[in-house]
Write a protein that binds this ligand. Structure first.
Ligand SMILES: *Cc1c(COP(=O)(O)O)cnc(C)c1O
Length: 478
């Protein structure tokens, strides 16, 4: 493609992108295609000769767009937000245009130094103390893996990297039974082994019970195992629970066990001073992750990972082949040594654009509004005679279900709520997803879209209520 055409197409695409964002509410939130429908429209072989940009873009509109679920739709209340914003998208265009690899200082000094600066900003914005240093990883899954690997090296005195894991005294990892599935995946990858993960019991609010954690660590020590790492969660995915950091931290300190905090979604809420109760006990925390790519208006990927012991981190990941040696050495950060990937995208740029364009107050106001709207939904669910809350809702996720007073059977309620979820999603006006809490089918209503307004949330709630009350429950009652 000649640059003249690039210029013209670029302008056309930005127009298309703006039109799309302006009219996004006219699209169904959840794609309505059937499995295989997109694949069957794509040729099994790549074109041998050049196709015009018009043809490619027409196929994007005709084939790809119908198969998209619209995460930027203001009535997207499913899974978790992956909210984006115009400044983030514009910065991403620059990142792609520059196409730099940001693995060491020398491969783009500005990328490294901007990352260092915005990660300090971000740390201060969410109230972490300046004992932490930050680095951008691709996802929370990776950040947690990086933490577990660092904990593994620390507890084995950096022997596991050299000789592999010790057979005779396995390492153990602790998390609550409500922890995100990525923790189990990471522990497996790190060589801990699934059978050495202790899923600690939770209380009635789905938060880890510290006494159970203490008991589990003591039992493992007695059995000759080596407690390696505790993962505490702020804002569990299913139940939005907040593990009690201070008590957990005291236990970790007493047994000298590494403490990682997974705040992938909830970390953004720490922008608000009134939410800082979640990080009481921060002084015990070794590493902390949250995802600006979820709830901080920065498009995927951008996971903010903070570490206290930077030496332990780089000692775990450092590798020095001759072709990567540079004269600056230790004077600068070489982020290839701060994680798993060698090649790295210039992700700090979009964070910088977002933070400066909205200002910290602008971001905070939006997040406060999301929390307020979520609290209203929780209140409505609590007040409605035929709905109930299935977990406390301290954050932006509301766990609820339809529960007509004359139906008590769990299986029946589960089937009814599954039907409710399917019906509201099929209409395309909104999208919610589910989980199971103590065996109960639970609808999760998550408020976090960049442009979500009260009207979207109210329309979503009304649709759920209306649909629920129109479901045929006669079979259920018989
Ligand atoms: C979303 C989420 C994750 C996974 O995040 P990725 O960035 O997609 O890996 C992990 N933990 C919690 C609590 C989450 O909400």
């Amino acid at each position: 493609m000649e640059l003249q055409e690039f210029r013209r197409r670029g302008h056309e695409l930005v127009d298309w992108m703006t039109d799309f964002l302006e009219s996004i509410e006219q699209y169904p939130v959840k794609s309505k295609v059937a499995p295989g429908e997109i694949l069957s429209q794509l040729p099994s072989r790549p074109p041998e000769s050049s196709e015009s940009f018009d043809t490619v873009f027409r196929d994007f509109q005709d084939i790809i767009m119908p198969g998209m679920t619209h995460w930027q739709h203001p009535s997207f209340f499913a899974y978790f937000p992956a909210n984006s914003s115009p400044p983030s998208v514009l910065a991403e265009m620059l990142t792609a245009t520059l196409g730099a690899q940001c693995m060491s200082w020398q491969t783009s000094p500005a990328a490294t130094e901007l990352e260092e600066r915005v990660m300090d900003w971000l740390r201060d914005m969410i109230g972490l103390d300046d004992g932490f240093q930050g680095v951008i990883q691709d996802t929370a899954s990776t950040s947690t893996l990086v933490s577990i690997l660092t904990a593994r090296e620390r507890v084995t005195n950096y022997e596991a990297n050299e000789h592999g894991l010790p057979r005779q005294s396995p390492l153990t990892l602790y998390c609550s039974s409500e922890t995100h599935s990525s923790i189990e995946k990471d522990a497996k990858i790190a060589g801990i082994g699934r059978e050495n993960i202790r899923f600690v019991e939770v209380d009635e609010n789905y938060a880890m019970i510290p006494e159970r954690l203490d008991e589990a660590i003591i039992a493992d020590l007695r059995a000759g195992l080596v407690p390696c790492c505790v993962v505490a969660t702020l804002g569990t995915t299913g139940s939005t629970a907040v593990d009690p950091l201070r008590s957990i931290g005291e236990i970790c300190r007493r047994h000298d066990v590494w403490l990682h905090v997974d705040a992938a979604l909830a970390g953004t809420a720490l922008l608000l001073p009134q939410m800082r109760w979640m990080t009481d006990g921060l002084e015990y925390v070794d590493t902390f992750v949250f995802n600006p790519h979820k709830w901080m208006f920065t498009n995927f990927d951008c996971s903010a990972y903070f570490v206290r012991d930077r030496e332990a981190l780089t000692r775990t990941f450092e590798i020095h082949p001759e072709y990567l040696r540079t004269a600056e050495g230790r004077l600068v950060n070489n982020y290839r040594d701060w994680g798993i990937q060698l090649g790295r995208r210039f992700r700090a740029l979009k964070l910088w654009f977002v933070i400066r364009t909205y200002g910290v107050a602008g971001i905070r106001d939006r997040v406060a509004k999301h929390l307020e709207l979520a609290a209203e939904i929780a209140q409505r669910a609590q007040d409605a005679p035929d709905f109930e809350l299935l977990a406390p809702a301290p954050l932006n996720t509301v766990c609820l279900r339809y529960h007509p007073t004359d139906i008590e059977n769990t299986e029946t309620l589960n089937a009814l709520n599954e039907k409710l979820l399917e019906t509201v999603n099929a209409g395309g006006e909104m999208y919610v997803t589910h989980t199971k809490l103590r065996g109960n089918y639970t609808i999760r209503f998550v408020v976090g879209q960049t442009n979500v307004e009260r009207r979207h949330v109210e329309a979503g709630w009304d649709l759920i209520v209306r649909t629920a009350r129109s479901l045929d429950t006669s079979a259920a009652k018989r």
